[in-house]
Design a protein around this ligand. Sequence first.
Ligand code: PMP
Length: 406
Amino acid sequence: MDFDVARVRADFPLLARREGGRPLAYLDSAASAQKPLAVLDAVRGFDAARYANIHRGVYRLSEEATAAFEEARAEVARFLRAPAPRGVVFVRGATEAINLVAASWGSANLRAGDEILLTRLEHHANIVPWQLAAERAGARIVVCPLTARGEVDLAAFARLLGPRTRMAAFAHVSNALGTVNPAAEMTRLAKAAGAAVLIDACQSASHFDIDVAALGCDFLCFSGHKVCGPTGIGVLWGRPGLLDAMPPYQGGGDMIERVAFERTTFRAAPERFEAGTPNITGAIGLAAALRYVSALRPGAHAHEQRLLALATERLSAIPGLRIVGTAPEKVAVVSFVMEGAHPHDIGTLLDADAVAIRVGHHCCMPLMESLGIPGTARASFAFYNTEEEVVRLEQALIRVRRMTAG
Ligand code: PMP
């Protein structure tokens, strides 16, 4: 299938931005992706013509807004190949989703001596909530090591699963290295050991199709702003039966059946976990984003893989530059270090060339520590990036090399 990147770029007003007379090369989509007109228009159109608070109104406008919000939920369910919209909980983002599961599922299921299996490449959002939950329960965090190429060591993962493992929580794709983890296989191993499984799909939902049934996990989460949607909206998907058995995370309006000072009863999922007025417009924008990115697949993925191959080839050839994370299965993320140049200096010098990349620990301090580096410079590509932008990155890095070497 042909993929017309010029046509796609025309959908993204921000990509027309110029800096210092040059077009901006935006190579930080793993942090946040830019938004197409389809999303900007959906958000504006909803706010301008269909907005009202949801679920409580008896008037037509509120009923229409409620229907649009619930249709957004159904869109997310289709995106995840989930059997029913009931498993889709709208949250603020992946961070809130993981905190919700760690707090709610954790309080009902974690006991002293239990183990939570994580991997060394996790984002802080998939570490700290589990530490908090483990501390409350007297449970223990177990960490699966990586191979030298930055992949989860599957044999170690299998070995570390045991009768005490209650939860295995891991990223589908590493934000810092781009590694695609064998999530279905990891899930199969964890389920066979009797553990629940949470997949952090923050960095996979933006690159390839997700199928919760095929993955076999219990929970999966992602953030809207990484799939060309708005910030402040994200998704926790959970098996409906499992979600209904979990205690509330936050209390308030909309999540209750009946409130009395003596005793309050709660609704089933997903409303049970959606206390208060949700990000209604955000959900509408997210649905528009999911429709947009889904329609571009699989051509978009193939295009990104071509950018990854080109960037890997060009950057590897720069003397003193070392790519960190060389797994055979990667999304279009290239993390690297350069002899004699601190990642922050690389980022600043590239900014002067209107090339925007991210530098630092990428919210993966334990990973950086295990690699023996304070951080990396990371270029992350989306389907709207071009081969010319890869070459601009290469040329800018060659200039950094000249300035900093010797
Ligand atoms: N997990 C991964 C793998 C991520 O890349 C990120 C965002 N960098 C998060 C979790 C947290 O997402 P958010 O900040 O949108 O809650």
